[in-house]
Design a binder for this molecule. Structure first.
Ligand SMILES: Cc1ncc(COP(=O)(O)O)c(C=O)c1O
Length: 471
């Protein structure tokens, strides 16, 4: 029988009783599931192009369909073999938090609607500021991911430094910046001519002297430099820009210093990795992505700002039908810190795991990923003909196989084949990138469930395929 739209407590219990065992059965097999499987038969897709049902169908059949016909056809982003792009995890305690948030349906967009729910979300942000070493008074907002956080940061910088006149505005990014940063600048109204690309050094880090020269050149031409966007861990090679030098330059030139730390900044939790990330604490705005560096399921990003007033000033909008909104830093209204009014109760996604596991568990997991990446990179670098773009600074590295006497194009083709052969085993999924016409394979160890055993299995596969050129 179809379920009524509203549920009694018993109906809800029945739905959970149907859902939980199915999810658990699937969860138990994660280790054996393929690392990716996207060659979905066309009939599977066609079967979902169906008329909207006029009346409902039994839950059990719908859940079975999701588990059997939807979830398997994908990158296995919940599994240990996911070494692709920038992995996250799917921390189960966040799933519980999310269930709790959805069932209680608390609204945390304005403080007056749920002061304690807003308080715990604010506390999560205070903790993150502390972990990043940001000064007292820093705070921010939780978002759906790094792209939105970069956008909100760009809007705050624009508003604070340019007001409403965008004439001659110039923002600076390195050639290795994540593409969502340039997209964010465009969406924030900066014309493409004002998005200035700074070259990188031989380690793929923004070159501060080239940055300074470009700023001076733009100033001399009557332009208005206002923002520098640096990376704390690039997506291509894991490079960390010279953050302290860039912070100094921004201070000298009175520019907003934005750091995209979506991949890397959370490694600052590991004491040994504080030094390479030094400078993040000086950011005017800093992007973190807990659905990467804290292993959460997709949907949680963060923007931290040194001066909350600047963020609020850029997003402030009041209306007679809203409850009174706060001005200070003690109690905040998230609707005044980002473009969103209605939103999920996001803070609980991090508050529950922090309280349940403690921060040391996250530190240990991040250290483990860093050490696994070093182990993997050292093993691969020993293979004949293999070169690394750079040893992993955090948990990401790029490599390629070189061949005597082959042109770059031929070599690229060989490396594309190599990637395909490695991934064909379906025990580890790697991805690739291209830098200045050169094709690189990438390994990013950041999945919650990736441990030594799976990395060693992936290494056996990589070795086997490296020694088998041509397949
Ligand atoms: C360095 C960096 N910045 C930004 C992003 C975009 O973040 P999101 O995918 O959460 O929007 C990514 C994603 O991989 C990233 O690696």
């Amino acid at each position: 029988m179809a379920a009524p739209l509203d549920s009694s407590a018993k109906d809800l219990e029945a739905m959970l009783n149907a859902t939980v065992p199915r999810l658990l059965r699937w969860f138990e097999t994660l280790e054996d599931q393929p690392s990716h499987a996207t060659e979905c038969p066309p009939e599977h897709l066609a079967a979902f192009r169906e008329p909207l049902p006029e009346s409902g169908r039994p839950l059990e059949g719908l859940l079975d369909r999701l588990i059997d016909d939807v979830v398997p056809w994908s990158f296995n982003t919940a599994g240990p073999g996911y070494l692709a792009y920038v992995p996250g995890g799917g921390l189960p305690s966040t799933a519980v938090a999310e269930l709790f948030a959805a069932i209680t349906n608390r609204y945390a967009g304005v403080c007056a609607a749920a002061p304690v729910a807003v308080e715990i979300e604010t506390q999560v942000l205070r903790w993150l500021c502390e972990l990043m070493g940001m000064p007292k008074g820093a705070l921010g907002v939780m978002t759906t991911g790094g792209s939105l956080s970069n956008f909100i940061g760009a809007v705050a910088a624009r508003h604070d430094r340019l007001g409403e006149d965008l004439t001659g505005a110039c923002a600076y990014v390195s050639s290795e910046i994540h593409h969502c940063m340039t997209k964010a600048l465009r969406l924030a109204g900066i014309p493409s001519a004002g998005i200035r690309t700074v070259p990188v050094d031989d380690q793929f880090r923004l070159d501060p002297s080239a940055l300074r020269a470009l700023i001076l050149e733009d100033r001399a031409a009557g332009k208005r430099p206002f923002l520098v966007c640096a990376s704390a861990g690039t997506v291509n090679t894991g490079a960390i820009d010279p953050l302290t030098d860039i912070a100094d330059l921004c201070a000298d030139e009175d520019l907003w210093f934005h750091v995209d730390g979506a991949y890397g900044a959370l490694f600052r939790l590991v004491p040994e990795l504080e030094a390479p990330l030094r400078g993040v604490e000086r950011a005017d705005s800093l992007v973190l992505d807990p659905h990467k560096g804290l292993f959460l399921p997709y949907g949680t990003g963060v923007l931290l700002v040194k001066d909350l007033r600047a963020l609020r000033a850029a997003h402030d909008a009041d209306a007679a039908y809203l409850p009174p909104l706060n001005e200070g830093e003690e109690q905040v209204d998230f609707c005044n810190l980002s473009p969103e009014l209605s939103r999920d109760w996001r803070g609980i996604r991090l508050w529950l795991p922090f309280m349940l596991h403690g921060i040391q568990a996250f530190r240990d997991a991040l250290r483990e990923k860093h050490e696994l990446a070093i182990h993997a990179a050292e093993a691969i670098a020993q293979e004949p003909g293999v070169v690394l773009a750079h040893a992993p600074r955090l948990s990401l590295f790029a490599f390629r196989q070189t061949f005597e006497g082959l042109s770059l194009e031929q070599e690229n083709r060989r490396n594309e084949d190599l990637l395909e052969r490695i991934n064909h085993h379906r025990r580890a999924m790697l991805t690739s990138t291209e830098i200045d016409g050169t094709f690189w394979l990438r390994v990013c160890v950041l999945h919650l469930r990736t441990h030594r055993e799976r990395v060693d299995e992936a290494l056996r596969i990589v070795r086997e395929e490296l020694r088998n050129p041509g397949g």
